[in-house]
Write a protein that binds this ligand. Structure first.
Ligand code: SF4
Length: 446
């Protein structure tokens, strides 16, 4: 459990936002919704009503200011540089917007989320504070949705839900608000093409992640459809070793039992493969996974058969790509002393950003402003599953700090992180100003 210090109390204005949101029923639109309409994918036409609440809750004056003065500013001996693309992506924006609209549309109904709406603790806390219940994870739909009954409203998150879960909820006659991102739907389309043409779907992704589980389930809707998930290059190499005939099917399955479709047979199901990926993986790794599999298939079957046995689509979403490109640009530009990467510890796209930074710069992956404490920074080192506190992370003298955030991190969180770092040096947001002169060891702001 996360220590209480990392929790951000809801401010007076945020509490006011929540009250505003649920106080007045959206009468006009409710009249338009009949009981025969149980599935919604486009919101409820309440964007203009929830928009101001969302802006007050998730935007940040600090971030807006930094953006307006060229994404770089400083105060005293601290200098901040923001990535050109960071934070909320279009899919998350839409999912959060629809969740707020749903609460407004159904003020008297029980509203559930089929899991975290996005992987950000701050956003999930706010959603829960509106009386939306986040259901505990389970791979068994009957278990996961046990608390839900007919007429209850269930919001499906941006990364989607599996085919059996959707079918189960429809059977229960729940009102479904589907916020599945268009980029995820695009991956599913590719998976259907593969499975229809009898290609086993190889998914570069985390087999336990909701999006990957939902994507994998699409393959099973076709006769003979199969899938196998590879998390990284090391797992891909293992699969390739089997394709080359160097490790047995039993040895492979001992490693991939949970990562493959239930009746997966390596000899039968690795003859023709099609590659897709979780939308938020590290692009450079996805390309290596693709190349490694292609080479193994070439070696095993020869050039003449490659085209009929191997297919690949890059299904990294554009928002993920843009955030990774922006970090690369920052790293290549140089001049930074450390990076702060902000986002949920279970957020794949945030992990990918931290993974890019760690080999090049001292990197601190934090999940909330509360991680910046007077006696150190609480963070999760890349590739680990534990948090640690580093006391002397902010050296004396001039420090240049790069900042980026995953696609599920709102600007409000980014702004508060900057405020807290400034406070460690006795500086305030009001003192943040554009850098006018940068010389060795000296810098001035105006
Ligand atoms: S990270 Fe990409 S796929 Fe996921 S919600 Fe955002 S835009 Fe959609």
């Amino acid at each position: 459990m996360r220590p209480q210090a990392s929790r951000r109390p809801h401010t007076v204005s945020n509490s006011r936002c929540l009250k505003e949101l649920v106080a007045r029923p959206a009468k006009k639109v409710i009249l338009a919704v009949t009981l025969s309409e149980l599935y919604f994918q486009k919101g409820f036409g309440l964007k203009s009503e929830v928009g101001p609440v969302l802006a007050r809750t998730y935007q940040s004056a600090v971030v807006e200011r930094l953006k307006s003065i060229g994404y770089e500013a400083g105060a005293g001996t601290l200098h901040f540089k923001l990535a050109k693309e960071f934070g909320f992506c279009y899919g998350v924006d839409r999912a959060v917007d629809y969740a707020y609209q749903t609460r407004r549309q159904f003020p008297d109904r029980r509203v559930f989320l089929s899991g975290e709406i996005i992987h950000n603790p701050d956003v999930n806390e706010r959603i829960q504070a509106m009386g939306i219940h986040i259901l505990a994870d389970s791979r068994v739909p009957e278990e996961r949705f046990r608390p839900v009954g007919a007429g209850d409203v269930v919001i499906l998150p941006a990364f989607g839900v599996s085919v059996p879960e959707l079918a189960h909820l429809k059977e229960k006659n729940c009102v479904l608000v589907d916020t599945t991102c268009g980029s995820v739907l695009n991956v599913w389309k590719k998976v259907h093409f593969y499975a229809r043409d009898r290609y086993t779907v190889i998914i570069h992704g985390k087999h336990y992640h909701e999006e990957t589980r939902a994507t994998a389930s699409q393959a099973l809707t076709h006769p003979g459809g199969q899938y196998l998930c590879v998390r990284d290059l090391a797992e891909t190499e293992l699969v390739c070793e089997h394709i080359r005939g160097r490790i047995s099917a039993d040895d492979l399955m001992a490693r991939f039992r949970d990562e493959a479709s239930p009746d997966f047979s390596p000899e039968r199901d690795l003859q023709r493969i099609g590659l897709a990926n979780q939308t938020t993986m590290l692009m450079s790794e996805t390309l290596k996974v693709q190349d490694t599999l292609r080479r193994a298939m070439l070696e095993r079957h020869g050039a003449a058969e490659l085209e009929s046995r191997f297919r690949a689509f890059d299904t990294i979403c554009s928002a993920t790509q843009e955030r990774q490109d922006a970090v690369l640009e920052m790293l290549n530009a140089g001049g930074l002393d450390l990076m702060i990467v902000i986002g949920g510890y279970n957020s794949s796209n945030t992990q990918a950003l931290a993974k890019m930074c760690a080999p090049r710069l001292q990197t601190y992956h934090i999940d909330s402003p509360g991680c910046i404490e007077p006696d150190g920074i609480r963070h999760r080192p890349v590739g680990t599953h534990h948090n640690t506190v580093t006391a002397d992370w902010l050296a004396d003298g001039a420090v240049r700090i790069g900042i980026t955030a995953g696609a599920s991190t709102p600007d409000s969180v980014v702004g508060e992180v900057i405020e807290r770092v400034l406070a460690l040096r006795g500086q305030s947001v009001e003192q943040l100003a554009r850098a006018t002169q940068v010389a060795e060891g000296s810098q001035s702001y105006a």
